[in-house]
Design a protein around this ligand. Structure first.
Ligand SMILES: Cc1cc2nc3c(=O)[nH]c(=O)nc-3n(C[C@H](O)[C@H](O)[C@H](O)COP(=O)(O)OP(=O)(O)OC[C@H]3O[C@@H](n4cnc5c(N)ncnc54)[C@H](O)[C@@H]3O)c2cc1C
Length: 309
């Protein structure tokens, strides 16, 4: 059984999502080849070669892959897939952009966002915003799978010793171009990789008041998240939205402040190890999933908590 796994990276470092996807690959068993496609990304290939469970790294270092445009990468992956039984990628924005194209070109059905490996051809995946879990079997000869990274433990980043092979193909489909990156710069941990997340909801009331959430996040060395209502109201940027249409997180500690606990929000955080909710409404649904609940006004409770910490 041979697995081709698409590495998530930014040409400088291998992202943690790849290590979680390797965790899923380990459950499948078989030989894992990691594809590092980018430009000036040799250092990523070296990091990838050290990840536990990687047999081989394919390094596709070409200008046309610099921004990992799915239109250029899909034909490369399809060509390589001839030798593999599985193509895996993390269910990140990149993975979700690339793999459907690969599946379509291979004329197979994609298995999306798997959360468990039942057998070589059967997987579990959430549907209806995580309110039901579907068990899906694929009889396709090649299986194209995106992996929900929060559902699988990461393999160790070091300890492996894979070989690195350079590829010479340089696909440029010529149908898309990278215009610019607009990256939110933050000193805080990255939301989907953070061990602690403090999220604010509509109850926070304004963009200025979000400083209350940030002060608690600073004390806990946490990433800051937000509900969609908070994002829609302009209290927080949309790249920190947690939920069905935002990011999926599963930190050790998730603190929900002024968030009611709508199912679409729970879909993005209910797998957190410990959930703390602060809400002035004791009937708020968030208390049904919270391990610790505090019925209080957030503008009193959070500063008190910050002082105590
Ligand atoms: C297709 C679809 C996709 C969606 N995707 C997402 C998603 O990805 N993420 C997401 O979050 N939502 C999503 N939503 C929206 C979701 O249904 C809810 O509307 C949203 O989560 C509500 O956000 P909230 O809890 O911040 O606001 P509210 O539901 O308005 O809750 C605010 C809470 O703050 C409390 N509060 C107010 N003042 C204080 C105070 N001073 N102290 C303490 N507590 C206070 C209130 O008691 C209340 O419980 C989606 C909806 C749809 C239809």
């Amino acid at each position: 059984m041979k697995i081709l796994l698409i590495a998530e990276h930014d040409n400088h470092s291998l992202k943690g999502a790849t290590l979680n996807t390797l965790g899923a690959a380990a459950q499948l068993g078989g030989e894992v080849t990691l594809l590092v496609a980018g430009s000036g990304c040799g250092v990523v290939a070296e990091q990838a070669a050290q990840a536990v469970g990687v047999a081989k790294v394919l390094l596709a270092d070409q200008a046309s892959y610099a921004h990992q445009l799915a239109e250029n990468l899909a034909p490369l992956v399809v060509e390589l897939a001839a030798e593999y039984d599985y193509v895996l990628a993390p269910a990140t924005s990149n993975g979700k952009n690339l793999l459907p194209r690969v599946a379509a070109l291979l004329d197979v059905a994609q298995l999306s966002d798997i959360i468990a490996v039942e057998s070589a051809d059967t997987f579990k995946r959430p549907i209806y915003a995580g309110n039901a879990i579907a068990t899906v079997q694929s009889l396709d000869a090649k299986k194209v799978i995106t992996v929900r990274t929060t559902a699988f433990d990461a393999v160790a980043a070091t300890g492996g010793n894979a070989s690195i092979e350079s590829l010479t193909q340089a696909v440029d489909a010529g149908v898309s171009a990278h215009v610019k990156d607009e990256l939110a710069v933050s000193d805080r941990p990255e939301l989907t990789a953070a061990g602690v997340v403090v999220s604010g909801g509509r109850g926070v009331g304004s963009k200025e008041n979000f400083a209350v959430i940030e002060s608690l996040a600073d004390k806990l060395n946490a990433a800051v998240g937000a509900s969609r209502a908070a994002v829609d109201a302009g209290f927080a940027p949309n790249d920190i939205q947690v939920g069905q249409t935002g990011k999926i997180v599963a930190p050790s500690l998730y603190v929900a402040v002024g968030i009611s606990g709508a199912i679409q929000h729970l879909a993005g955080m209910k797998d957190s190890k410990v959930i703390v909710a602060i809400n002035k409404d004791e009937e708020a649904p968030i208390f049904q999933v919270a391990d610790y609940g505090l019925v209080a006004d957030l503008f009193e409770a959070v500063p008190e908590l910050v002082n105590a910490l």
